[in-house]
Design a protein around this ligand. Structure first.
Ligand code: HPA
Length: 242
């Protein structure tokens, strides 16, 4: 069963034909909200709103361990994360979709492993390729079949938030090789890997990153709702095709 974790702009999946909801408990506490089960196209799927149904959980306080654990327990066999991002290079614009292939992690202080040492062996999970290659290809093929254009590949910089970045930080991330910047991609991706769940991400560009393009003098989210609404239509179509 495919699991979808929705971020800002995707707190519910309107094309999911809902069968039931379940409030899960895990050894790591409660997930961000109820798991919504249903059908997406012909397949069973489960949806979870990363920031809660009322969008009141900030990125650094999301219980990533509980979220991934609950989805696995519920029978998820693969996870697609939907997350909005800021774009660093000039060719990317609000509304664009990127399927990232790499991660830079600048987050700190977030519980980011299931192998914490208490009663668990030390495990160093391989994370050379943080996203599942097959699931990425499936997403890219689904996009082609549904006539949705996207960028295949990008380096996702995970920042701590909830504040946005300074222009100098974005310059640094660009020098490091980052393409997009967001606040929730880690530790979500590594926890999925620890649970052996194939994981890939759909990054939706919400804005130019701080100091770049239209955000040269600051990030203004005036048109954000409009951009996200339109783009989430394409993301839903992509998920349906997948
Ligand atoms: N920075 C970090 N996270 C984000 C941004 C950004 O500019 N836009 C959407 N999520």
């Amino acid at each position: 069963m495919l699991a979808i974790i929705g971020g800002s702009g995707l707190t519910q999946l309107s094309n999911l034909d809902v069968s039931h909801r379940e409030v899960a408990r895990t050894p790591y506490g409660r997930p961000s909200g109820a798991l919504t089960f249903g059908r997406l196209g012909k397949r069973k799927a489960v949806f979870l709103a990363r920031h809660g149904h009322n969008h009141d959980i900030p990125p650094h306080r999301v219980n990533y361990r509980a979220n991934l654990w609950a989805l696995k327990e519920a029978g998820a066999s693969a996870i697609v994360s939907v997350a909005s991002v800021g774009a660093i290079p000039a060719h990317l614009n609000p509304g664009d979709i990127v399927i990232p292939h790499q991660i830079l992690d600048y987050t700190w202080g977030r519980p980011s492993t299931y192998f914490d040492g208490d009663d668990t062996p030390v495990v160093h999970v391989d994370f050379t390729e943080p996203y599942d290659a097959t699931l990425r290809v499936d997403l890219i093929r689904a996009a082609a079949a549904a006539n949705i254009s996207l960028q295949d590949g990008g380096v996702y910089a995970a920042t701590q938030g909830p504040r946005l970045e300074t222009a100098a930080e974005i310059d640094r991330y660009a020098r490091d090789g980052a393409t997009v910047v967001g606040m929730t991609g880690m530790p979500e991706a590594v926890l999925a890997r620890e649970l052996k769940l194939p994981y890939a991400a759909i990054n939706l560009v919400a804005n130019h990153a701080a100091g770049r393009g239209a955000s040269r003098n600051g990030i203004h989210f005036e048109r954000l709702e409009e951009v996200l609404q339109e783009a989430m239509g394409r993301v839903r179509a992509l998920l349906n095709q997948l």
